[in-house]
Ligand binder design. Structure first.
Ligand SMILES: NC(=O)c1ccc[n+]([C@@H]2O[C@H](COP(=O)([O-])OP(=O)(O)OC[C@H]3O[C@@H](n4cnc5c(N)ncnc54)[C@H](OP(=O)(O)O)[C@@H]3O)[C@@H](O)[C@H]2O)c1
Length: 322
C-alpha cells in the first residue's frame, strides 16, 4: 500500500527522513481490525518523530500519523482513537497506562491507505462531520478538549489564555473554549494570526508576551519555553496552567517563588480517552463547531504539508486525503 514513513531521523533536518512510497500492508493481531483511511491529519508529533523525539531507532521505518477517519471492515464511518493501551491494561484511562503508545510510535500510523488498530479504538463518525473534519479530532482536538473540559477545572464564564494562536491544538482550544462559554484570550507573534483568532471566536488577541488587561483563571500552554514566563505571570492567584506541549523548548526557568506564593497549579495533559473522543465528536455535532482546516492535500503531496508545518506557516490543521 502507499504510505508516508519515517525512514531515518535527524534533529536538524527532519524532512530528510520523510519517505513516500510502498509499505507492507498492516498486520492485525487478535482483537485488532483494519481501517481504510479516507482522511488523515498532520500533527507536530510527526515532525518530532522525524527529529528522533519519542521514537526508538529499531522501530524505523514506521508509518507516520496519529489521526485518521475512514471505513471499518463493515463499511461503517469511523474515527480512529490513537492511544494504544498495553495488552494487560484494564484501567479506565488508557492515557495513564505506562505501556501506552500513540499510533506511529510503536505501531504503524495513519498516513497510509490502511491502518490497523485495536477494535475498541474505533469511534463512530457523526454523519455531520466530513472525513477531513473528523480526521482532525484524535490528537489536536482531543488534547484541547481534555485540557479545557477535564484538566482546567473552569466554570463557564471564566477567562482562559491560549498561547500561540495558530497551532492545531491552539485553534481547537479557541473554538472549543468559545463554544463552552469561556472568555478566550489568545497570543500570537503574528498580526495576521491574531486577526484570524478573533474571527475564530477569541474575545481578545495580544502580541506574544504582552501585558494583559487583567489576570486570567487558566492558561493553555503548548508553546513551552518561549511563553512560559508570560503564562506564569498571566495567572490569578490559585490559577492553573494546563500544559500539553513545548514546541519552543521544554526547560524554561520554573520561577518557583511565583508558583508557591500565588498557589499556582501546573497540570500536565496528554491526548484523551476513547470516551472523551466519542464525547468530543458529539460536542461538535451538537454545537456546530467544526475543526479549522488550514489546507487539504492528497497524501501523495504530504511533503508540502510537512514543510508548511515545519516553517510554522499554518493556521489550523493540515489534512491529507487518501
Ligand atoms: N500532549 C499531547 O497529547 C499533545 C497533543 C497534541 C500536540 N502536542 C504538542 O503541542 C505542541 C503544539 O502542537 P500543534 O500540533 O498544535 O503544533 P503547531 O500547529 O505546530 O503549533 C505551533 C504554534 O506554536 C506557536 N509557536 C511555535 N514556536 C513559538 C515560539 N518560539 N514563540 C512563540 N510561539 C511559538 C506558534 O504560534 P504563533 O505563530 O501564533 O505565535 C504556532 O502557531 C507541539 O509541541 C505538540 O507536540 C501534545
Amino acid at each position: 500500500m502507499f504510505a508516508v514513513t519515517a525512514t531515518q531521523t535527524d534533529p536538524d533536518n527532519p524532512l530528510a527522513g520523510l519517505t513516500l512510497g510502498e509499505h507492507p500492508d498492516p498486520k492485525t493481531p487478535d482483537g485488532w481490525t483494519t481501517v481504510t483511511v479516507k482522511a488523515a491529519a498532520l500533527n507536530h508529533h510527526d515532525l518530532w518523530t522525524l527529529k528522533g523525539v519519542g521514537i526508538r531507532q529499531d522501530r524505523l521505518p514506521i508509518v507516520l500519523g496519529c489521526d485518521a477517519a475512514g471505513l471499518d471492515e463493515d463499511g461503517n464511518e469511523v474515527i480512529v482513537h490513537s492511544v494504544i493501551a498495553g495488552d494487560t491494561y484494564s484501567g479506565a484511562d488508557e492515557t495513564l497506562d505506562p505501556k501506552r503508545s500513540l499510533l506511529s510510535e510503536v505501531y504503524d500510523g495513519t498516513l497510509a491507505e490502511r491502518v490497523a488498530v485495536p477494535r475498541r479504538n474505533l469511534v463512530p463518525k457523526p454523519a455531520a462531520l466530513s472525513f477531513e473534519q473528523a480526521a482532525c479530532l484524535p490528537t489536536a482536538w482531543l488534547t484541547a478538549y481534555r485540557m479545557l473540559f477535564d484538566k482546567a477545572g473552569l466554570q463557564p464564564g471564566s477567562t482562559v489564555l491560549v498561547q500561540g494562536a495558530g497551532g492545531g491544538v491552539a485553534t481547537a482550544l479557541i473554538a472549543l473554549g468559545r463554544a463552552g462559554g469561556y472568555r478566550v484570550w489568545v497570543t500570537s507573534r503574528s498580526a495576521e494570526k491574531r486577526e484570524r483568532a478573533l474571527q475564530l471566536g477569541a474575545d481578545q488577541a495580544f502580541e506574544t508576551g504582552a501585558r494583559l488587561p487583567e489576570r486570567v483563571d487558566a492558561v493553555m500552554e503548548t508553546v513551552g519555553q518561549a511563553t512560559w514566563d508570560h503564562s506564569l505571570k498571566a495567572l490569578k492567584p490559585g490559577g492553573r496552567i494546563v500544559v500539553s506541549g513545548a514546541t519552543s523548548g521544554a526547560v524554561p526557568p520554573a520561577d518557583l517563588n511565583r508558583v508557591f506564593f500565588l498557589q499556582l497549579s501546573v497540570i500536565g495533559s496528554t491526548m484523551g480517552t476513547r470516551d472523551q473522543l466519542a464525547r468530543l465528536a458529539v460536542f461538535l455535532e451538537q454545537t456546530g463547531v467544526r475543526p479549522l482546516i488550514d489546507r487539504t492535500l492528497p497524501l501523495t503531496e504530504a511533503r508540502e504539508g510537512f514543510a508548511a508545518l515545519e516553517s510554522g506557516d499554518v493556521f489550523g490543521k493540515i489534512v491529507f486525503t487518501v
